[in-house]
Every structure is written in structure tokens, then in C-alpha cells.
Design a protein around this ligand. Sequence first.
Ligand code: FAQ
Length: 310
Amino acid sequence: MSQEEKLKEFERKIESGEKIEPKDWMPENYRKQLIRMMSQHAHSEIVGMLPEGNWITRAPSLRRKLGLLAKVQDEAGHGLYLYSATETLGVDRSELIENLHNGKAKYSSIFNYPTLTWADIGLIGWLVDGAAIINQTMLAKSSYGPYSRALIRICKEENFHKKQGYEIVSKLAGGTKKQKEMVQEAFNRWWWPTLMMFGPPDKDSPNSAELMKWKVKLNSNDDLRQRFVNLTVPQAIAVDLKVPDPDLKYNEETGNWEFGEINWEEFWNVVKGNGPLNKERLKVRNDAHDRGAWVREAAEAYASKHSSLN
Ligand code: FAQ
């Protein structure tokens, strides 16, 4: 087939809802966009273990400790599926990880904020996993087969995460005065950074048009953000928490909860590496990688011995 015919066939598949598979022909930019987005997603899952891992030793009961431990372990698993899915595009995992460690690759802005109290663990499950589910249920229908299939399982697990988070939040919100204040204070800190997770407004999103044309993304950043707000505000009201937005109001006509202006300057600052914990997060990841060097060496030595015996 000529280049033109290959492109036509690719576009036909996208149009008809067939998945693109690793050995199929694809435009170079489709491959590049997927490598960028999927590897950033994998990095987010891995760095995303840090804010919660911080609380495993301090969870208030054995039940909470087990739940949190399992959640953090799930996030590691998500990172691994996503690195594997990204490798199907012909890129090596060590190169992707190197780009995370040297600060070239991005990961979600949300993981550069600190977890100051136990309530933050509830808020991450409820809001951060809640936002991730909205975004990833869409991506589970995306045009690239390995990514969409990885996300089906990931979304199922994220649903458990959200439920455990909301349970923590509702228990604290219905607890003592001090617990209620603690969870409200954590809500005040996590609300706006969670809205930023969906990415810049559509008008400032350079990648959206191309990603939507190729059905990698099926909805825009603003649409998903609005969907999240519409779902989450009633959940806050149900546990008597106040959304920290004086401009929040319900629009009867559209059925949307309209919200105030997001601080995009803060968002870009965090994305560019200057958020509250960007430097610390990268240092912890780099140190962990260095400490694990002996494991990689042992695995390589084993593999080469094994192959020489064959
Ligand atoms: N943080 O043109 P757009 C999770 C960058 S997983 C940092 O709109 P796009 C699970 C963007 O990369 C959370 N950077 O980009 C969990 C681009 O820069 P580039 C992660 C951001 O790709 C829960 C530039 O801004 N999920 O939470 C962010 O069309 C709890 C322009 O933006 C995913 O990664 C941001 N928030 O849309 C784990 C899902 N937003 O690369 C542990 C997959 C934008 O051109 C605990 N990714 N940027 O230099 C996506 O859906 C999309 O990539 C978006 C961004 C929506 C994140």
C-alpha cells in the first residue's frame, strides 16, 4: 500500500471504532502523542504512590493500613501495565524512566502537593481517584488497543480506591468537631488542584485537537472537568462539606454546577517543576532507583546466565 492508502486505512479504522494495534501502520505523530501521554500517565501512577505511601505507617487502624497498602500497591501495578502498554509503541522502558528522573517528562501536577493529615488520604481517594476515573473511563474507549485494555482494569481498581477514600471522608465528616474541621481543611486544599488535573482549558490545550481527531481522547479537558464537578458537588453536600468556591452555583437550565476561576498561574507553575514538592518527589524517585540498582544487575546477570545455558 502507498503511504496515502495506509493513512486512509488508519482513518477508516478510527472512524469505524476499530482499535489500532501495535503492528498496525500509524502516523508518526499518533505514535509520538501516545508515547507522550501514556508514559506521563505511567509516571503519574508511580509518583502518585508517594503522597499516600507517606501515611502507611501512620494509618489510624489496621483496617485503614491494609486498605491503604493495597491501594498504593495497585497504583504500582497501574504504572507497570502502562509502561508495558507504552513499550508496544517501540520505545524502551528504561528511556521513559530516565526522562522522568531527569525532569524531562511530566507527571500529573496533583502529586506535587503534600499530604499533611490523615484526612488527606480520604481526599486523595475521593477526589484524585474520582477525577482519574472520569478521565480514564473515557480513555478506556480510546483508539489504541493496548492503552484502552489496560484502562479497563485500572478503572475497576480506581473505583475501589474512590470508595475507600469517600468512606474515610464521610466517617471524619460525621465524627468529632476536630475531625470535621480536619476533613474540611483538607477539602479546601485539594479541591482546586484536583480541578487542575484535567489539564488547561480547551482554548489553551495544544494537544487536544489532534488527540480528539484520532479518538485517543473522546472528550475535552473542560467537558471532563465539568462532569467531575457535577458528580462531586452532590457528594460533598451529602456529607455536609462546603465546597471552597464562593462562586459555585447550580444552573437549572444546563444542569451544571458552575464554578469559579481556576488559578492557571499556579497550575503552570507546578507543571514547570516549581510546585510545593516537585523537587522532593523527583529526588525520592531517583534515590529509590539508585538503591534498586543491585536488583537490576542481579536480574540481568541471571537472564544472561540463563540464556547462555540454553
Ligand atoms: N499535570 O494539551 P494539553 C491518577 C500538560 S493518574 C501535568 O491539554 P493533553 C491515578 C500536558 O502534558 C493521573 N501536566 O495535554 C492515581 C501538556 O504538556 P506536553 C494522570 C499537565 O495531553 C490516583 C500541556 O500541559 N492521568 O491520578 C497536566 O491533551 C491516586 C498541555 O496540555 C493521566 O495522565 C497535569 N494535570 O491533556 C495515582 C491520564 N495537564 O506533554 C495515585 C492520561 C496538562 O505537551 C493516586 N492523560 N499537562 O509537554 C491525559 O488524559 C491527558 O494527557 C491530560 C492532558 C488530560 C492530563
